[in-house]
Ligand binder design. Structure first.
Ligand SMILES: [Zn+2]
Length: 297
């Protein structure tokens, strides 16, 4: 089977992860712009990070046979640094219109402060203006209220729920998010939040429609293989293959394909990998490594 991981922060993952993901069947991924653990103090740090998402990381991923897309946004946590947030908002329109950008995100609430609310709304308006889907990060604290409030605000701005992906949903929030017509995404963290077995139970309860599974793997304890692993468990537990395909591939493609930036032929018709290729003068090869490792897609 082939998989899409529609939420994974590859800048903080290794080449081993890329190799393991590709071997497990991941053919495409989406890397949302997010915070880096270390708070940024200069707008230039954002600029270089955004450039990395559409530049080097996209290239690096291609060298492991995985098509890379990203979302652009000012994350909710750093929205609380208002002078910086203002400057980032000026950068965003430029980066949001680059090739391979499939949504504005991940945006929403962290601590649900006034500043977070302000920049959430400004970015909703940007997404509407650019006619891009929106990826919502729902808060880890006070999740239920934060999730409902996010949807209230989206609806206040006239967003079409079929163009919005609400991520980090759980058993407590799933029904409301589905009932209100949104794409409902679940992050499978190892040991916490959505365990694999819990995702199987959710699938048995709700079926595959508008449900999306992702890893949200980043610099914290997380698993870049959680999409293929969850798919394997679903099949083992008797969920039909076509349903598993929808939640680990098809639904993400439909949701983010609305950007006009992501289509199946991008990876189905991709050329074979050539690791002699350079990006800004750099390749993923290191001294002495010959090109004996050309991989066919
Ligand atoms: Zn994330």
């Amino acid at each position: 089977m082939q998989f899409i991981d529609p939420h994974v922060h590859m800048v903080s993952r290794t080449t081993d992860d890329y190799e393991a993901m590709r071997a497990a069947g991941v053919v495409a991924l989406i890397e949302p712009a997010f915070w880096l653990g270390q708070p940024r103090t200069e707008v230039g740090s954002f600029k270089d990070y955004f450039s990395t998402l559409v530049g080097w990381e996209r290239f690096r991923s291609s060298q492991f046979g995985i098509r890379h897309y990203c979302t652009m946004g000012l994350n909710s946590k750093e929205a609380n640094n208002e002078p910086l947030a203002e400057a980032v908002m000026e950068l965003l329109p430029l980066y949001a219109t680059k090739e391979g950008v499939v949504a504005i995100g991940e945006i929403g609430y962290d601590d649900q402060t006034a500043a977070e609310d302000k920049y959430f709304r400004l970015q909703i308006e940007l997404a509407l203006e650019l006619d891009l889907p929106i990826l919502i990060h729902t808060p880890h604290r006070d999740k239920k209220n934060g999730t409902y409030r996010s949807m209230d605000v989206l609806e206040e701005h006239g967003c079409d729920p079929t163009k919005v992906i609400i991520d980090h949903c759980n058993e407590e929030t799933a029904k409301e998010v589905l009932d209100r017509g949104y794409w409902t995404a679940f992050t499978i963290y190892p040991g916490t939040k959505m365990g694999n077995e819990r995702m199987v139970d959710l699938m048995k309860h709700y079926g595959p429609e508008r449900i999306i599974v992702d890893s949200s793997a980043d610099w914290g304890i997380s698993d870049p293989l959680s999409v293929p692993k969850t798919a394997a468990l679903m099949l083992q537990r008797g969920i039909p293959e076509e349903d598993v395909k929808l939640v680990t591939y098809g639904n993400a493609l439909t949701a983010y394909g609305q950007s006009g930036q992501m289509k199946e032929s991008d990876w189905l018709d991709a050329p074979d990998i050539d690791r002699d290729q350079l990006f800004s003068g750099n390749s993923v090869l290191r001294n002495g490594r010959k090109t004996d490792n050309i991989i066919e897609n």
